[in-house]
Design a protein around this ligand. Structure first.
Ligand code: ADP
Length: 164
């Protein structure tokens, strides 16, 4: 049976930290599906389409990874629809651990057949978060090293629009 994992997240935007987890996670499963949250939250920085396009472009080099718009449903229900028996997530620090532990435990309560696999963030990226990068970007700080090229290019296009 194919081992399929779902990596759900907001990815607003996708960072090199996320991409590192995706590249490492892809080696563990036959197929890894990135579920980009369809977030109606107006505070989302990238539009849903921008997220989908940039995430797809950023993972195009990884053969067994695909990207979907994740409907607003229970993650375990989405996983079951996709035939995914694993959920992939990442932890950078103790704060993430507490959060991820609660979500993993709750998902196990909702469906005991779905296993959460959590990868430790690489030391290279464990200080990187979408929210910190957005804050630095607003004030013109250099964040290029922490973003996949497609994401960085899309962000800079936004700056051009803002400044016009
Ligand atoms: P969510 O809103 O679901 O937490 P995020 O896009 O913030 O979505 O994060 C998705 C997953 O990626 C989470 O498990 C988070 O802990 C993990 N993650 C975020 N940043 C990094 C990073 N720099 N390195 C590794 N994993 C990360």
């Amino acid at each position: 049976m194919k081992r399929i994992a779902l990596f759900p997240g907001s990815f607003d935007p996708l960072t090199m930290g996320h991409l590192d987890t995706i590249e490492r996670g892809a080696k563990l499963f036959d197929e890894l599906i990135i579920g980009v949250f369809v977030n109606t939250n107006k505070n989302s920085f990238f539009t849903h389409d921008e997220k989908l396009v940039t995430v797809k472009e950023s993972v195009a080099h990884i053969e067994n990874v695909k990207v979907i718009a994740q409907e607003e449903k229970l993650t375990v229900d989405v996983a079951n629809q996709l035939g995914a028996k694993f959920l992939l997530r990442g932890v950078r620090n103790v704060k993430d651990y507490e959060y991820e532990k609660d979500i993993a435990t709750m998902n196990a309560h909702l469906d005991k057949n779905i296993e959460t696999v959590i990868l430790m963030a690489s030391p290279k990226y464990n200080h990187v978060s979408s929210s910190i990068l957005k804050e630095i970007w607003k004030f013109n700080g250099d964040i290029q090293d922490y973003l996949p090229t497609a994401v960085y290019t899309a962000l800079e296009k936004k700056r051009d629009l803002f400044e016009k």
